[in-house]
Design a protein around this ligand. Structure first.
Ligand SMILES: *[C@@H]1O[C@H](CO)[C@@H](O)[C@H](O)[C@H]1NC(C)=O
Ligand SMILES: *[C@@H]1O[C@H](CO)[C@@H](O)[C@H](O)[C@H]1NC(C)=O
Ligand SMILES: *[C@@H]1O[C@H](CO)[C@@H](O)[C@H](O)[C@H]1NC(C)=O
Ligand SMILES: *[C@@H]1O[C@H](CO)[C@@H](O)[C@H](O)[C@H]1NC(C)=O
Ligand SMILES: *[C@@H]1O[C@H](CO)[C@@H](O)[C@H](O)[C@H]1NC(C)=O
Ligand SMILES: *[C@@H]1O[C@H](CO)[C@@H](O)[C@H](O)[C@H]1NC(C)=O
Ligand SMILES: *[C@@H]1O[C@H](CO)[C@@H](O)[C@H](O)[C@H]1NC(C)=O
Length: 884
C-alpha cells in the first residue's frame, strides 16, 4: 500500500492529481475489505442453513391427527409420557413408548377385485378359457401388500387393534366383489382393465404407485350410430350413404363379429329463424321434402345391418333456413336415450355425426324464444321423435362433453372440408371425439369410419375423476420396454397388446370436510365403459380420537376426571384446563382473548412456554438446568441468564463488566457494548502531550481511536496523529523548508524563520530520492519565482527532512518579446488573409466582367428584333435542289 503510494507521488508532481489518486486507492481498498467481509458472513450463513433445514417437522404437532397428517411422523399415545413430544420422527425406544402405543399407519393397498384380462398376451390362462370370454376365476384373490414406506410398524397391525372401521369396510368390499364377479361370470363379461377394485389407505403427501393394465379384447362389440344432417344440401350424401350402407356394415363386421348399426337424423328446431314457419313451408319446405323436425331416431342399434340401407334410403330430406343446424340436440338425445337407441353396456360406442354445416349451441335458442336450458334427459316419443325440441334450448359443449364422458361414447365428426376446422376445435373439447373430412357426397364414409375406428381403438388414454386434493399422474412405457415416461396415453396398440400404466396417487392435504376423507375414485380408459374403482381412505385422523377405540376414554382418571383422554392427551371440558385438566377455570384469573396463557402472542405454532417449561394451570413453570448457575425465567420462560453475548468466552466479558439478564448483557458502570466489552471513558483516546480526543482526526470508540479519512488523506496512529499520505503535511513543512533552505517564502522576513521553524532543520541533498522502505514522502512545490523545489520527509519517530539544495528554476523568458511577437503574428496572418481574399475577389470579378462582355457581344444580333414582326421577304430552300 505505502509502496504504491510513494510511487504515485513520485510520478505526479501536481497535488490535485495526487489527491484524486489517493482517494481512488482508498476506495478500492475499502471495496476489497468489504467484499472479504461479505464473503465471510455468507460463508457463516451457509454453515448455519443446513441445520435449519433439518428441523424436525413432527415436533410441535400437538394432536394425533395433526401428527399423522405430517409426512413420516408417528404418535405415541401412552398415557404417562411426561413432557416428551408425542409426535416423533424416529420411533422411540420400546421402553419409552411400547409398540402397542404407537400409531404410525403406513400407506396400504389391497386389491379387492382382480379378474384376469380377457385377452392377455402374456398370460396363457386367459386363452385357455376356450372362448373369447373368460369368467373371472381369480376375482377373490384380494392380495394385500404393504407399500414400502418409512414407518417401521405396519398399519394393519395397529389398525386391527384399534377400531373396527377398517376391517368392516374390507369385509364389505369383499362381499361386493364376489357379488359382481358372480354377475359377471353369468353374463360372460369381457375384462379389459385390471385390477377392477382397489382399496387404498393413503398417508398425506406420500406418493403411492398403483399399476393398471389395459388390453383390448378381440372381437370387442362395436355399436355404431350414424347421426345424419338431413337438410336439403345433404340429399346426395343420403343417396350415397344408402348405397354404401352394406359396405359399411360389411367393413365393420370384418373388424368385429359383434357389430350393431343404428341411424338417426336431424334438421333443426321448428321455429323461426331456424326453419321457415310459413304454413306452406312447414308442410313442404322444399320440393319433395318432408316437414322439418328436430331429431328423429330412425333405427335403433341393431344387428340387422341390412335394414340400414333401406332406412337411409327411405328417410326424406327436409329444409331449413339458417346455416347452422340443430345437431347438438340430436347428439344429446342420441346419447341420453340409451334405451331407445339401444347402446349396449359393454361395447365400443361410436357416434358418427355427419353434416355439412355448423351447429347451434346453448344460448342460440333465445333467437327462437326458447330459454329453458337443456336438461340432458331423454325426450323421445314412441316414434322416436324428439319432443322437447321447441321447449328446451340447445345443450352446451360442456353438457355434451359431460354426457359423452358418462356414457363412454366416441363421437366421430364426419364433416365437409369447409366445416372441418370448426369441428376439429370442437373435438378438442369433447373427450374421446375426433373429426375427419367427409367428401361432399359422403362417398368416403366407409374408409372414414374404418380409419377413425382403428385410430380410436389403437389408442388408450387413462382418465380419472379425482378432484381437489387427490392428484393422480400417469406413467407408462406403453409398448416399449423402455423407462416409464409421464403420459396417460398410449397409441399404436393392436388387439391383445397389454399396456400398463402406473398411477402415482398423492393426497396433498386432508380436506376440511371429514366426509371427503373417504372417496371413491374411478380410473377409466376413455371411451370404454370399464373402470378401476379405488376406495380411497385418507389417513387424516387417528382411531384413538374417536369413541369406542382404545386410547379414547371419557372422564378419564388421567385427566383428573374432567376431560377425555384421546391418544394420550387430555381434552378437557369447558371448566377445566391444563395438561391433565388439573386446573379449574375458577382457580385462575383469566386474561381475556388469550386462550393459551403459556404462549406468547398469537403464535400457535410455538410450544408452550417456548419449549423451556411446562404449563401448569395457565402459568409457566420453567425447566431447571443441571447447572444451578443457569436460570430460565420470564412469564413464558423466554429469558435465560446464560445465553448472552460472550467476549473472549466470558459471558458479558466477565462479571466485572456486566451481567446477563434475559438474554441481554446489562453492563456495569464504565462499560458498554453488546457484550460489555467497551469502556465508556475516553481517557485512552487522549494524546499524551495534550490536544483533542484522537487529535481531532477521529472518534473514540470503545476506548480506541477510530481515525477518519478526510479529503486530505487517512489518519492513523494510536491517536490519529499520523497522516503519512496527507498532502497537508507537505504544506505544513513547506514554509520552513523554503525559508531555511532557500531563504524565500512567507517566513523569509526577519527572524520568523528561526521562531516558527523549530521542529526540524532540513538536510540538504543534491537530488531527493525516496527510500520506500523508510516510509518517506516526497513533496514538490513551486515557489513565487516558479522555481521547483523538492524535499522529502519521514516521520518514523523523529521528523527528518531532506531538501534539494538547489531549486530548479525555469530559464527566464522575455515576456514582452513573446507578447509582441504574438501580436505581430496575428496581425500578419490577418493581413495575409485579407490580401488573399482581395486577390480572389479581384480574379472573380475579372472573370465575371469578361463573361458579361462576351455575352453582351453575342447579344448584339437580336437587339430590336420584334417577335411579331415578319420580314417582307421569305427565303425558301429546296431540299432536293443540290446545286449551288
Ligand atoms: C357400464 O357398465 C356397467 C356394468 O358393467 C353398467 O351398470 C353401466 O350402466 C354401464 N354404463 C353405461 C353408460 O352404459
Ligand atoms: C363436390 O366436390 C367436387 C370435387 O371434389 C366438386 O367438383 C363438386 O362440385 C362438389 N359438389 C358439390 C355439390 O359441392
Ligand atoms: C411416479 O411413479 C414412477 C414409477 O414408480 C416413479 O418413477 C416416479 O418418480 C413417480 N413420480 C412421482 C412424482 O413420485
Ligand atoms: C368418480 O366416479 C365414481 C363412479 O362414477 C363415483 O362413485 C365417485 O363419486 C366419483 N368420484 C368423484 C370424486 O367424483
Ligand atoms: C392476536 O390476534 C388478535 C385477533 O386475531 C389481534 O387483535 C391481536 O392484536 C393479536 N395479538 C398479537 C400479539 O399479535
Ligand atoms: C443467573 O441468575 C442466578 C440467580 O439470579 C445467579 O445465581 C447466577 O449466577 C446467574 N448466572 C449467570 C451465569 O449469570
Ligand atoms: C510564526 O509563529 C508566530 C507565533 O508562533 C505566529 O504568530 C505566526 O503567524 C507564524 N507565522 C507564520 C507565517 O506561520
Amino acid at each position: 500500500m505505502i509502496e504504491t503510494q510513494s510511487k504515485t507521488t513520485k510520478v505526479t508532481s501536481f497535488k490535485m492529481m495526487t489527491r484524486k489518486m489517493q482517494q481512488l486507492m482508498y476506495l478500492s481498498l475499502l471495496c476489497i475489505l468489504a467484499s472479504t467481509q461479505l464473503s465471510h458472513t455468507l460463508a457463516a450463513q451457509l454453515d448455519q442453513s443446513p441445520a435449519k433445514l433439518e428441523q424436525n417437522p413432527c415436533m410441535n404437532k400437538a394432536t394425533c391427527h395433526e401428527c399423522i397428517q405430517t409426512q413420516n411422523c408417528g404418535w405415541c399415545m401412552k398415557a404417562d409420557y411426561g413432557d416428551r413430544p408425542r409426535c416423533f420422527l424416529n420411533t422411540p425406544k420400546p421402553e419409552i413408548c411400547p409398540e402397542e402405543f404407537i400409531y404410525n399407519p403406513d400407506t396400504s393397498e389391497s386389491i379387492r377385485i382382480n379378474k384376469a384380462l380377457t385377452w392377455d398376451s402374456s398370460g396363457a390362462a386367459a386363452m385357455s378359457g376356450g372362448g373369447q370370454y373368460i369368467s373371472g376365476g381369480s376375482y377373490e384373490s384380494s392380495a394385500s401388500r404393504q407399500s414400502s414406506s418409512s414407518g417401521s410398524y405396519s398399519a394393519s397391525g395397529s389398525s386391527s387393534s384399534y377400531g373396527s372401521s377398517s376391517s368392516s369396510s374390507s369385509g364389505f368390499s369383499a362381499n361386493l366383489g364376489s357379488q359382481s364377479a358372480f354377475a359377471a361370470a353369468a353374463a360372460g363379461e369381457i375384462v379389459q382393465i385390471k385390477p377392477q377394485r382397489v382399496s387404498l389407505k393413503l398417508r398425506i403427501n406420500e406418493v403411492h404407485n398403483l399399476d393398471v393394465s389395459y388390453s383390448q379384447a378381440v372381437d370387442y362389440p362395436v355399436d355404431l350410430y350414424y347421426l345424419m344432417d338431413l337438410s336439403k344440401s345433404m340429399e346426395d350424401d343420403k343417396e350415397k350413404l344408402s348405397a354404401l350402407g352394406d359396405k359399411l356394415s360389411e367393413t365393420m363386421k370384418g373388424i368385429t363379429s359383434n357389430f350393431r348399426l343404428g341411424f338417426g337424423s336431424f334438421v333443426d328446431k321448428v321455429l323461426m329463424p331456424y326453419v321457415s314457419t310459413i304454413p306452406k313451408n312447414l308442410e313442404e319446405p322444399c320440393p319433395k321434402c318432408d316437414a322439418p323436425y328436430g331429431y328423429r331416431n330412425i333405427m335403433g342399434l341393431s344387428t340387422d345391418t341390412y335394414r340400414f340401407s333401406t332406412e337411409v334410403k327411405q328417410a326424406a330430406v327436409s329444409g331449413n333456413l339458417d346455416a347452422p343446424e340443430g345437431g347438438f340436440d340430436a347428439i344429446m338425445q342420441a346419447i341420453a336415450c340409451r334405451q331407445q337407441v339401444g347402446w349396449r353396456e359393454q361395447a365400443r360406442r361410436l357416434l358418427v355425426f355427419s353434416t355439412d354445416a355448423g351447429f347451434h349451441y346453448a344460448g342460440d335458442g333465445k333467437l327462437g324464444g326458447v330459454i329453458t336450458p337443456n336438461d340432458g334427459e331423454c325426450h323421445l316419443n314412441g316414434e322416436g321423435m324428439y319432443t322437447h325440441s321447441i321447449i328446451q334450448d340447445y345443450p352446451s359443449i360442456s353438457q355434451i362433453n359431460q354426457k359423452v364422458k358418462q356414457n363412454a361414447i366416441n363421437i366421430i365428426f364426419a364433416v365437409t372440408q369447409n366445416q372441418y376446422s370448426v369441428y376439429q376445435k370442437l373435438s378438442g373439447h369433447i373427450e374421446g371425439s375426433s373429426s375427419a373430412i367427409l367428401s361432399n357426397d359422403s362417398s368416403n364414409v366407409v374408409d372414414l369410419v374404418r380409419e377413425e375406428y382403428s385410430k380410436i381403438s389403437s389408442t388408450v388414454e387413462m382418465k380419472d375423476n379425482a378432484t381437489g386434493d387427490v392428484k393422480i399422474t400417469y406413467y407408462s412405457s406403453c409398448l416399449s420396454n423402455g423407462p416409464l415416461t409421464k403420459t396417460n396415453k398410449c397409441s399404436g396398440l393392436k388387439v391383445g397388446d397389454k399396456v400398463t400404466f402406473t398411477a402415482n396417487i398423492t393426497v396433498t392435504k386432508c380436506p376440511t370436510d371429514p366426509k371427503l376423507w373417504k372417496q371413491v375414485i374411478q380410473i377409466y380408459p376413455v371411451g370404454i365403459n370399464e373402470s378401476m374403482i379405488i376406495d380411497l381412505e385418507m389417513l387424516c385422523s387417528c382411531p384413538c380420537e374417536h369413541p369406542g377405540s382404545i386410547g379414547y376414554e371419557k372422564h378419564s382418571t388421567s385427566c383428573s376426571k374432567s376431560g377425555t383422554l384421546m391418544c394420550g392427551i387430555c381434552e378437557c371440558d369447558d371448566l377445566h384446563f391444563g395438561n391433565t385438566c388439573e386446573c379449574s377455570m375458577s382457580d385462575v384469573h383469566l386474561n381475556n382473548g388469550n386462550n393459551n396463557m403459556c404462549r406468547q402472542g398469537n403464535n400457535t405454532n410455538a410450544a408452550d412456554c417456548n419449549g423451556r417449561g411446562s404449563c401448569v394451570c395457565g402459568a409457566c413453570e420453567c425447566k431447571k438446568r443441571s447447572n444451578p448457575e443457569e436460570i430460565i425465567s420470564g412469564k413464558y420462560c423466554e429469558c435465560e441468564n446464560f445465553s448472552c453475548e460472550r467476549n473472549k468466552n466470558l459471558l458479558c466479558s466477565g462479571p466485572d463488566h456486566g451481567i446477563c439478564e434475559c438474554n441481554r448483557c446489562v453492563c456495569k458502570p464504565g462499560w458498554t457494548g453488546s457484550s460489555c466489552d467497551c469502556q465508556t471513558s475516553k481517557d485512552t483516546c487522549m494524546p499524551p502531550n495534550g490536544g483533542e480526543i484522537c487529535s481531532g482526526h477521529g472518534t473514540c470508540e470503545c476506548g480506541v481511536c477510530k481515525c477518519k479519512s478526510t479529503d486530505d488523506g487517512r489518519y492513523s496512529g494510536k491517536y490519529c496523529d499520523k497522516c503519512p499520505t496527507c498532502s497537508g503535511r507537505c504544506h505544513e513543512l513547506k514554509d520552513c523548508v523554503q525559508c531555511q533552505m532557500y531563504h524565500t517564502g512567507e517566513l523569509k522576513n526577519g527572524d520568523d524563520c528561526a521562531k516558527n521553524c523549530t521542529t526540524f532543520t532540513p538536510v540538504g541533498v543534491e537530488k531527493v530520492k525516496i527510500d520506500e522502505d523508510k516510509d518517506e514522502q516526497l513533496c514538490v512545490f513551486f515557489d513565487e519565482d516558479d522555481c521547483k523545489f523538492t524535499f522529502k520527509y519521514s516521520e518514523v519517530g523523529e521528523l527528518v527532512v531532506h531538501a534539494q539544495e538547489e531549486k530548479e528554476c525555469p530559464p527566464k523568458v522575455f515576456m514582452l518579446g513573446i507578447v509582441l511577437g504574438v501580436i505581430a503574428a496575428i496581425v500578419l496572418v490577418g493581413l495575409a488573409i485579407l490580401l488573399l481574399w482581395k486577390l480572389l475577389t479581384t480574379i472573380h470579378d475579372r472573370r465575371e466582367f469578361a463573361r458579361f462582355e462576351k455575352e453582351r457581344m453575342n447579344a448584339k444580333w437580336d437587339t430590336g428584333e420584334n417577335p411579331i414582326y415578319k420580314q417582307a421577304t421569305s427565303t425558301f430552300k429546296n431540299p432536293i435542289y443540290a446545286g449551288k
